[in-house]
Design a protein around this ligand. Structure first.
Ligand SMILES: [Zn+2]
Length: 173
């Protein structure tokens, strides 16, 4: 779709100059956010390149402030996004339960990691607080999702059994 609009910003004081704008194309360009580019300093003890430029992948939500502000070894550079989990009351002892984080994680990539798997975007899932999966590729994450979905579905059946069990218990007491 093509439409003609008036130039919304008239800095010159001249008559506004109508221009032709392909609206669909403009929307498409607006949807593509420019990649964030930033530079960090490699510490002298790393013994190579004083500065390296980084381009964040689209998924990265890290502001990299600490990477930019202080000399950082390349192996510490990590682009990432936090994955929200949920809170469940749990305990690992006989003590009362406490709120623990469940099923949170990170989508991330470490371009200079010594582990080649970390140099490719991957997801690490924190199943329960401080208990993590390995760095999962798409197939491995899909496999984990299916496993967990199967167990959740089983809990639905168990829930139905529990409802019936409580009803029976109520009727017999
Ligand atoms: Zn980044």
């Amino acid at each position: 779709m093509t439409t003609t609009v008036e130039n919304p910003v008239n800095l010159t004081g001249d008559e506004p100059i109508p221009y032709t704008l392909n609206v669909s194309l403009a929307k498409a360009f607006a949807a593509i956010t420019a990649p964030r580019t930033w530079t960090f300093t490699v510490p002298a003890w790393c013994n190579f390149h004083a500065e390296l430029t980084q381009v964040c992948p689209t998924f990265c939500t890290d502001d990299h402030a600490s990477d930019i502000d202080t000399p950082t070894p390349p192996s510490d550079i990590c682009h990432g996004q936090f994955i929200d989990g949920c809170i469940v009351q749990l305990t690992d002892s006989n003590q009362p339960t406490e709120p623990w984080g469940v099923l949170s994680g990170h989508l991330q990539v470490s371009p200079y990691s010594t582990d080649p798997r970390d140099r490719v975007p991957h997801v690490s899932v924190e199943l329960v607080q401080e208990i993590w999966t390995d760095a999962l590729n798409p197939e491995q994450l899909a496999e984990l999702i299916e496993k967990l979905a199967g167990r959740v579905e089983n809990l639905r059946h168990v829930h139905a059994e529990l409802v019936a069990a409580v009803a029976e218990w109520e009727a017999r007491r």
